[in-house]
Design a protein around this ligand. Structure first.
Ligand code: NAD
Length: 297
C-alpha cells in the first residue's frame, strides 16, 4: 500500500512543538514578531500573506503587516525594510515574492537584516547553508526534511533526485540533503530544464522531490515501488468546476500513487509544512535576538 503523507498533520505537530518555545519566550517577556511585506496586486500573493498572518495569530506570534502599492517607488520598500530592521518587536521579516518588475528581488533580500531573514534567502544565510551551518533553514526545504522524518524516511546513504534548481527550493534542499548531518548524508542529483533522460535519474532514486512548476510532469512510469515522492509543485490548471481551475502538483498523483511507496498530495503535502516552518524560524529568530534559549526540535 502506498502511504499518502499527511502534510497537514505533520504541520500541526510542528506548530504544537513551538508552544514550549513561545512559552519560554513569554516567561522572558518576549512575544515573537513576524512582519510580512506585500508589494503586489496578485491575488495569490495576497492569499499567501493573509494565511501567514492568520498562522501567526493562531500560535501566538505577533503579526505585523505592511502593504505598499505595486507601483510605489522601490525606495519605499527599502525604507520599509529599514524600519522593520530597526524595530525591536520585529524578529522576522518576510517580503512576499514576486515583486514588481521595477524592484530588484536580490537587492531587497540583501537589505533585510540577516538575523531577521526568516526565509533564509539573504546571501549571508545562503553562504552559511552552503557551508553546512544554516542559521535559518529555508522554509520549504526544511518542511520537506520534517515530512520525511515524520514518515520515518532516513536520507543517510540514500539517493535523492531533486527536479528543479531554484534558489528557494532545489538549491537549498540539495545543500540540506548532502549536508553532514543526521537528516542529510544523502547522495543528491539535481535535475533542471536542460537535464537529459530525466526518467533515468528519477528511477534510480530512493527519494524524488519534484519542484519544477510543470503540472504532472512526473508519472508512475518514472518511479519504482520503493520511491518516496515529495511533490512541491503548486500549479493552477483549467478545470470544469465553479472556480474554473484546480491545483495540481508536478506529479501525476494517480499513476504515481499506484507505483511509489509513499507520496505527498497537492494540496495538503508540502504547502502546510512551508507555512509551519516560517513560524518555526520566527520563534528561533526571537530566541536568538532576545538572548533567550529556546528549545526547538
Ligand atoms: P522556479 O520556476 O523558480 O524553478 C523551476 C525549476 O524547475 C528550474 O530550476 C527549472 O530548471 C526546472 N525545470 C523546469 N522545467 C523542467 C523540466 N521539464 N524538467 C526538469 N526541470 C525543469 O520554481 P520554484 O519557485 O522552485 O517552484 C517550483 C514549484 O513549486 C512551483 O509549482 C511552485 O508554485 C511550487 N512551490 C511550492 C511551495 C510549497 O510550499 N508547496 C513552495 C515553493 C514553490
Amino acid at each position: 500500500m502506498t502511504e499518502v503523507i499527511d502534510g497537514n498533520a505533520v504541520a500541526e505537530d510542528v506548530r504544537g512543538d513551538l508552544e514550549d518555545g513561545i512559552e519560554t519566550l513569554a516567561d522572558a517577556g518576549v512575544r515573537p514578531g513576524l512582519a510580512t511585506v506585500l508589494m503586489s496586486d496578485d491575488p495569490a500573493s495576497e492569499t499567501y500573506v493573509s494565511m501567514k498572518q492568520r498562522d501567526c495569530e493562531e500560535v501566538g506570534i505577533e503579526g505585523i503587516h505592511v502593504e505598499l502599492d505595486a507601483d510605489a517607488p522601490a525606495e519605499d520598500l527599502y525604507d520599509t525594510v529599514a524600519d522593520l530592521n530597526a524595530d525591536p518587536e520585529v524578529h522576522g521579516i518576510l517580503v512576499q515574492m514576486p515583486l514588481p518588475d521595477h524592484v530588484e528581488d536580490r537587492e531587497v533580500l540583501r537589505a533585510i537584516d540577516p538575523e531577521k531573514d526568516v526565509d533564509g534567502f539573504h546571501p549571508e544565510n545562503v553562504g552559511r547553508l552552503v557551508a553546512g551551518e544554516p542559521r535559518y533553514r529555508p522554509c520549504t526545504p526544511h518542511g520537506i526534511q520534517k515530512l520525511l522524518d515524520a514518515t520515518g524516511v532516513e536520507t543517510e546513504g540514500k539517493d535523492v533526485t531533486i527536479v528543479g534548481r531554484s534558489n528557494i527550493v532545489g538549491k537549498p534542499l540539495a545543500n540540506l540533503f548532502f549536508r553532514k548531518a543526521h537528516d542529510g548524508n544523502a547522495t543528491v542529483t539535481v535535475c533542471h530544464s536542460r537535464t537529459t533522460d530525466l526518467e533515468a535519474k528519477t528511477r534510480c532514486a530512493d527519494v524524488v522531490v519534484a519542484a519544477a512548476g510543470v503540472p504532472e510532469m512526473i508519472d508512475g512510469s518514472m518511479l519504482t515501488e520503493e520511491t518516496v515522492v515529495i511533490d512541491v509543485g503548486i500549479n493552477r490548471v483549467d478545470a470544469d468546476n465553479e472556480k474554473g481551475y484546480e491545483l495540481v502538483g508536478d506529479v501525476d498523483f494517480e499513476s504515481a500513487k499506484e507505483k511509489a511507496s509513499a507520496i505527498t498530495p497537492v494540496p495538503g503535502g508540502v504547502g502546510p509544512m512551508t507555512r509551519a516552518m516560517l513560524l518555526y524560524n520566527t520563534v528561533k529568530a526571537a530566541g536568538r535576538q532576545e538572548g533567550v534559549a529556546v528549545d526547538l526540535p
